[in-house]
Design a protein around this ligand. Sequence first.
Ligand code: SME
Length: 151
Amino acid sequence: MPFQALKPQVEKILQDTSKEVDARLTAVCQLLRSEIPYYDWVGFYFQNGDKEELKLGPFAGEPTDHTIIPFGKGICGQVAVSNKNFVVPDVKAQTNYIACNIDVKAEIVIPLFKNGVNIGQIDIDSQTADPFSREDESFLEFVNQKVAEIL
Ligand code: SME
């Protein structure tokens, strides 16, 4: 499904106040994973209290051992510090990378800002080589903005 068609579905899920916030975030992860063929693992990480580390939040896909990631470590930990989108077309070319699954070829991590503060991120793993474009970045920025509104 094209990104434009997914946007209203994401908004609908997030606005469903009959469900807990985590259930809504899980539903968003499931939607993205099922509708975008090259999104094989979709999850949110959030800062763990006031610690300089990320904690895994709602996700869709295989469970990962990496439920806590220190700031600066891996792609996720680098985004926690840089506040910038990180698109990785080939994970093998990265030295500061935490492998969750040997089949993963590419990754995109987009920071999530609440009131201008980087509080977490959405992380996508892909088993397709070099699948992400500027369109993915824009779409995931949209998703994160909408998530921030309900946090
Ligand atoms: N690959 C990430 C770790 C998280 S898993 O992809 C779910 C990283 O390097 O930060």
